[in-house]
Write a protein that binds this ligand. Structure first.
Ligand SMILES: NC(=O)c1ccc[n+]([C@@H]2O[C@H](COP(=O)([O-])OP(=O)(O)OC[C@H]3O[C@@H](n4cnc5c(N)ncnc54)[C@H](OP(=O)(O)O)[C@@H]3O)[C@@H](O)[C@H]2O)c1
Length: 350
């Protein structure tokens, strides 16, 4: 087991050097892994495992765009693609990758498919941790494990194809067979994780719900919009406001952060920019801190979970989400973004 110093704290990390794909294949060779749900995370994990030689079937409700996508991706109805419950019945390992609201809805049937010694796998601690709301309480005679890729399902697949991988956390909630850890790590390697780091179901869901509502998505969208609006209000053109808010970030500066950290990005900008950024960063940190406190409290209390389950259990939840995303897409800011992207040299040549 390798330990690394993360900012002064020693933490465990599992990589394919010590847990090679061959070992994962060996551990999983007699298992039938059913990936239930072919939404965002399902395709990434299912395709990576299939390419890695794991025995994978997909469970997806029929007559849906997701079913058609699974067929287009080479899963064969009746052979490797089945309705959700049918796939669950055949599985020794169930990867429960329906939407979190979908997991709650279908659980009474999935529970019946779990045989002694099977594995129930999640990519989010949501269903288990908030079991008072989801009513998902697995039987005692199965392993209950988690591998949560720290990225979109799309990048789980694209990073696998370009060889880079996505880091994932892993956790064991219930170890009935005594082999839960080996199986979890094998699954984590098989889905193409860059490295695996330990967590608990509770820590995973608390950090994940905070991160996506915060810096990764909600906060990012909010601060971008605030700056764009400020510049527009003060007479800057849409092109200037967008370039100064989004394009410079995504095409240049965030890449430098990814490459070598925040100080490297700062150091790669003018001393004028550095002086201003160093002065203003603490102002922004302190301004948003109370919002983050409120967000974390709502995650812990289960209020965020309640909101997700209510909204995403509605029969027309997808249409509603799409309607809200359409508003963003059609806003001046993101219409400007579409034009800016189309003018990138690589897109002009197409
Ligand atoms: N999205 C990510 O990148 C990501 C990253 C890390 C972890 N996770 C976790 O991975 C899990 C799957 O997330 P996801 O984003 O892939 O979910 P998603 O895209 O919302 O997946 C939806 C899947 O669930 C099915 N579904 C929804 N409600 C259903 C119901 N009532 N009955 C049957 N099927 C239903 C959908 O079928 P239809 O298409 O037919 O509606 C689709 O196959 C979640 O636990 C999530 O928190 C996701």
């Amino acid at each position: 087991m390798a330990q690394f110093n993360f900012g002064g704290m020693m933490e465990e990390v599992i990589m394919d050097e010590e847990f090679p794909l061959q070992k994962a294949r060996e551990i999983l060779k007699d298992e039938i892994v059913a990936v239930l749900g072919y939404g965002v995370q399902g395709p990434g994990q299912a395709l990576n495992m299939r390419d890695n030689g794991i025995n994978v079937i997909v469970g997806q409700r029929e007559n849906s765009a997701s079913w058609d996508r699974a067929v287009a991706d080479g899963f064969v109805p009746g052979k490797t693609l089945f309705p959700v419950v049918e796939a669950a019945r055949q599985a020794t390992i169930i990867q429960y990758l329906l939407s979190d609201a979908g997991q709650m809805a279908v659980w009474p049937q999935i529970k019946e498919c779990l045989a002694d010694g099977n594995t129930l796998y999640f990519s989010h601690g949501f269903s288990i941790v908030y079991h008072d709301q989801t009513a998902i309480v697995p039987p005692k005679n199965v392993d209950v494990v988690l591998v949560a890729p720290k990225g979109s399902g799309r990048t789980v697949r694209s990073n696998f194809l370009d060889g880079s991988g996505i880091n994932s956390s892993f956790a064991i909630h219930q170890d009935y067979t005594g082999n839960a850890r080996e199986k979890t790590l094998a699954l984590g390697i098989a889905i193409g994780s860059g490295y695996l780091f330990p967590t608990t179901f509770t820590k995973e869901v608390h950090s994940d719900l905070t991160g996506e509502r915060g810096v990764l998505m909600g906060c990012l969208a909010g601060v971008m919009e605030a700056q764009y609006n400020l510049l527009r209000k003060n007479g800057h053109s849409p092109s200037e406001a967008f370039n100064e808010t989004v394009e410079e970030l995504t095409q240049s500066l965030i890449r430098l952060v990814a490459e070598n950290g925040m100080d490297w990005m700062f150091a790669s900008c003018s001393t004028t920019a550095q002086r201003g950024a160093l002065d203003w960063a603490p102002r922004f940190r302190d301004a948003v801190a109370p919002v983050f406190d409120e967000l974390y409290a709502k995650v812990i209390s289960g209020e965020e979970t309640k909101r997700v389950l209510e909204a995403n259990s509605a029969p027309d939840y997808r249409e509603k989400l799409e309607k809200e995303l359409k508003v963003i897409k059609e806003s001046e800011m993101w219409q400007t973004g579409a034009m800016v992207r189309s003018l990138r040299p690589e897109n002009r040549k197409k």
